[in-house]
Design a protein around this ligand. Structure first.
Ligand code: GLC
Length: 682
């Protein structure tokens, strides 16, 4: 059951797709304070857990920290941070006495004090008093999530090739560099489905342009690589370079599609290309205009994109930069002492993404000028929606790949995300695991972290362990920053170890894709905390480094430096599978309880629940080459197990066609059946 409560006059975020009546009564359980500022508080029991808040630092249970919904370009995902790139104002309080979900449909900044100021108190404080609050009560955690997802609409589904491995790096500077990546992948028999083009492919960082010197024939490059099963995925940034003669800039100025200053002039920010204007993605016309520009690259053979810097990230505004220069001129006249030196340091380091800059520009919302900070958190969503809407209109029968850095609830209907600029740190493998279920709760199913780590120098063992987690994340992309150690699998000594790990992804794709599609179609979760399945087991509820993936399996990745294995908690008897490459598989049944399991660097392990099945195939060099007409069934069958496999063409949007479903059944005596004779079971 969902109840909607209205406070003030909310800005229409368009996060919700289902209209509900506003409840007249008072909000139960929470104390509402409507004095100077609105806030909601709740006294938590000692063992209440709090789940949700989407993309954020810290663990699965969000208790014990202060989170702030304010989209920001935050490249350092450390524990003391309060915000990352996204706003996902949904949480679940899970307790013995009371369990409920809350969603704040709100465009401004919200602080979630989850037992930070007072251990036992949750306090939610929006910046002002204009929002819709939804209270969701169902009889399980998953049912709360499903109910919420019914409210916000179905999740985006990418083409199937997007589930293959993607290789990326900021710094593939030319066509030769890109061909070299493809060549070395093939030469080393490493599967690959896409290569991302970072800002290097553009002509001086201008959106929808291609540098003709370094990428002289993009259509040919895209076509040649597609013949090898590899697609190119270019980046698009939010800011449009100010340059006479650049048509995107000129059209935007002419049509009034850019964000304005208070005096009506176009706001100028500095980002990669130097001075840019920001498209006013809140205007439907500007969205349509920008969304159609993607066609330029689609016409050159492109089928996927990533949208970046769309918080939006601001290196500087002209106004603020001038203020800083003036202040520095003053400081130059003095001898810098303890105070003035630190002041100098803080004004310089505070130039980028400065709060004051987000108050300098406006959006045209139905003819009314709305200052950016009031709708800041909706910006990335609407940039990506521009692309998503255009793809849906132009390609009603074909899926295109798109994922964004910034997001907000609602964007999950148009795209996935990648988790932004992490570091080559062991702790970030764990963070990547922990973020996944919180993202799934808010409908973002297609997601993944930069495997190997984006910033800092990676190591071979860290990369291997991260790929082993990546086997299970819907987006499996190795990405790194320029200036860091090169981290394509073939850069390391033990390429065959990477091959073994990556090939498991392809072997498991029948199961992983099927589980993803079922989660998307049924408003379910692809990655779930153990507490969602074993709510009565206090040990399972405490586990923060294992995850249920789909209905049949649990994973337990290794994320510690030099660890030869790890301790795993099994809430019930399960069958452990060890894969060392797609072909080398062993299994053993383990009793419920704690186990220490050795895990080699090139091994992928997972656990199958009793009476559950996992269909898999032989693996291939790319998704298109997978032979799924013959499947093997892994499973732990004590009596009988059956599995409904979702299998489609991977391109069309015919998700609900009954022909895409096959029921596979396996009995303890080994008898197998499949409802679809296209699938042969081994
Ligand atoms: C941002 C993105 C990163 C990208 C870089 C250059 O930092 O998050 O993924 O490589 O910009 O475009």
């Amino acid at each position: 059951m969902i109840q909607k409560y209205r406070f003030g006059t909310p800005f229409p975020t368009e996060s919700v797709v289902k209209e509900l009546e506003i409840t007249a009564g008072t909000l139960p359980y929470l104390t509402v304070s409507e004095g100077d500022s609105l806030s909601f508080s709740y006294r938590m029991d000692a063992d209440d857990a709090v789940y949700g808040l989407g993309q954020n630092v810290r663990g699965i249970n969000k208790r014990g920290w202060l989170y702030r919904s304010k989209n920001c370009d935050e490249p350092s995902h450390t524990e003391e941070k309060n915000s990352l790139y996204a706003t996902h104002n949904f949480l679940i309080v899970s307790g013995k006495h009371r369990t409920f979900g809350l969603f704040l449909d709100y465009s401004g900044i919200v602080s979630f004090d989850v037992g930070y100021t007072h251990l036992d108190t949750l306090v939610i404080t929006p910046e002002d008093g204009n929002l819709d609050l939804y209270l969701i009560e169902e009889d399980s955690l998953l049912a709360i999530v499903k109910s919420f997802r019914g409210l916000i609409g179905k999740s985006y589904i990418p083409p199937k090739w997007a589930f293959g491995l993607s290789q990326s790096r900021w710094g593939y500077a030319s066509e030769q560099d890109v061909r070299e990546v493809a060549r070395r992948y093939h030469e080393n028999h490493l599967p690959l489905d896409s290569i991302c083009l970072d800002i290097d492919y553009m002509e001086r960082y201008k959106d929808f342009t291609v540098n003709q010197e370094t990428f002289p024939d993009l259509p040919k490059l895209a076509d040649d690589l597609k013949k090898e099963g590899i697609r190119l995925v270019p980046i698009i940034d939010a800011g449009v370079k100010i340059e006479e003669g650049y048509d995107v800039y000129e059209e935007g100025v002419r049509e009034g599609y850019f964000c304005k200053r208070a005096d009506g002039s176009n706001f100028v920010a500095g980002v990669w290309p130097g001075r840019v204007h920001f498209p006013d993605f809140l205007q439907p016309k500007a969205r349509k205009w920008f969304g159609e520009k993607y066609q330029r690259l689609i016409d050159q053979g492109i089928e996927g994109f990533w949208n970046d810097m769309n918080e939006p990230s601001i290196f500087y505004s002209e106004e603020h930069l001038n203020e800083v220069f003036d202040e520095i001129d003053e400081l130059k006249k003095q001898e810098l002492d303890i105070d003035s030196f630190f002041h100098f340091q803080s004004i310089v380091s505070g130039i980028n993404n400065n709060e004051s800059d987000y108050r300098r520009f406006y959006h045209n919302v139905n003819g009314k000028m709305v200052r950016h900070d009031a709708i800041h958190n909706l910006y990335g969503y609407n940039m990506t929606r521009a692309a998503g809407e255009s793809f849906l209109t132009r390609y009603p029968d074909k899926r295109l790949l798109i994922y964004s850095r910034s997001s907000c609830i609602g964007m999950h209907r148009y795209a996935g995300i990648w988790c932004g600029d992490n570091n080559s740190w062991w702790s970030h493998i764990l963070l990547a695991l922990q973020m996944m279920p919180s993202l799934n709760m808010v409908g973002i199913l297609f997601c993944g972290s930069d495997i190997g780590g984006f910033l800092m120098n990676t190591t071979e063992d860290l990369s291997l362990r991260w790929h082993a987690l990546g086997v299970f994340t819907p987006l499996m992309r190795n990405h790194s920053s320029r200036g860091t150690r090169e981290q394509e699998p073939y850069q390391f000594d033990n390429i065959e170890m990477f091959r073994r790990v990556i090939s498991v992804r392809y072997a498991l794709l029948p199961y992983l894709y099927s589980e993803f599609m079922k989660a998307a179609r049924n408003d379910g979760m692809y990655a779930m905390p153990l507490s969602f399945i074993y709510p009565e087991d206090p040990l399972a509820c405490d586990v923060e480094d294992q995850m249920m993936i789909g209905e049949s399996i649990m994973i337990a990745p290794v994320y510690r430096q030099n660890a030869a294995g790890r301790a795993v908690y099994l809430p019930e008897r399960m069958k452990l599978y060890r894969f060392r490459g797609a072909e080398s598989v062993t299994s053993e049944i383990l009793e419920a309880g704690m186990h220490y399991l050795p895990v080699a660097l090139d091994e992928v392990i997972f656990f199958v629940r009793p009476n559950h099945l996992v269909p898999c195939c032989k693996g291939a060099d790319c998704v298109a080459d997978l032979d799924e007409s013959t499947l093997s069934l892994l499973g732990f069958v004590e009596t009988e197990a059956s599995y409904t496999l979702y299998h489609d063409d991977g391109f069309s949007r015919e998700y609900d066609n009954p022909a895409n479903f096959t029921t596979l059944t396996l009995s303890a005596d080994g008898t197998k059946t499949a409802s679809d004779d296209r699938i042969t079971l081994l």
